[in-house]
Design a binder for this molecule. Sequence first.
Ligand SMILES: [Zn+2]
Length: 333
Amino acid sequence: MKKIWWSWDLRMRWAYGFSQTEESFIANYFHAIDAAKKYGVESIVIWGFLRDAHGGIEAARRIRDYAGDRGISILPGVGIDDYGGVYYAGDSPYSLDTYIRAHPGSQALDEDGTPSTHRWPPTDSGLRLKACPSHEGAINYYIESIEWLLDVFELDGFQIEQGDSGYCFCEKCRTKERIVAAEDKAAAAKYSTSVTDGAERIGKVTRSVLERHPDITILSETYLGLTEKSLAKMGPVLDHYPERIVLSWQLYDAPGYFKIEEGVASPSKHGNAALRTNSDALGGELDDRENIARALRLAKGAGLEMTYIYGEYPDQWPLTRGNYETWAEGAED
Ligand SMILES: [Zn+2]
């Protein structure tokens, strides 16, 4: 399996300072890139790749170049309708905040009618504006933004997500029929992920980008596991996604929570096993080798060709090193 580290800039612990400054951002990723080869990591996903606070385009370019010189590609996190667009935070036309400020009708609404915002991860003090998934005008903006990103940084690919921070409650979105990720009814009504919006929006954007860049890697988050129930949700909308992209299945969350069943096969030609463990987001540092090994066995059985695990913690930490080693070994074909 192809191996990837996934990271939020502001959760990185390889160096001091949580990437809040340019110096810290560069040090965090240079250390991670230096270590990545040991585990056969081919690419690193970076959410918050572009922020004015940590050096904007120039700092991002240094990290991309440092990785490229060592045979590792950088896959920036691209958010559509949430998570900042391609320029996560700053004075840029490619920041989703900038687009929404210029097109106020494009902003998503909370249930009480106030414009929607989102703050994540907890180490981020800034609020990002969220776009309404019924707003068609933003699609071309996303496509143009991604074209800019690929051209400026000469990238081999990116990761893309449509947002997992709750619905838009505008008139159009309220009446739209949607398949949602949550199994629990109360959660499904108020705060979940729209599988339909994700497939429709990401499908449109990535089909267009692939026309000009047919060979890039696009890793797309489904926010679903690989269970019979998940597959029933994805089935009706799967065709929105181009066959060429890699669909990412969140089949394991630490500690010990599996969302993959024995005997279930990937419904997409290209699939990624998202192993969400050993991160500030899920359980902190923990010895999770047994579950990591099991998740990868099941993932291979399902026909997945790629895997990512969080790469935010340094491998000088013994438990983390053990997790990386087990993951790298388990991903061997
Ligand atoms: Zn809406």
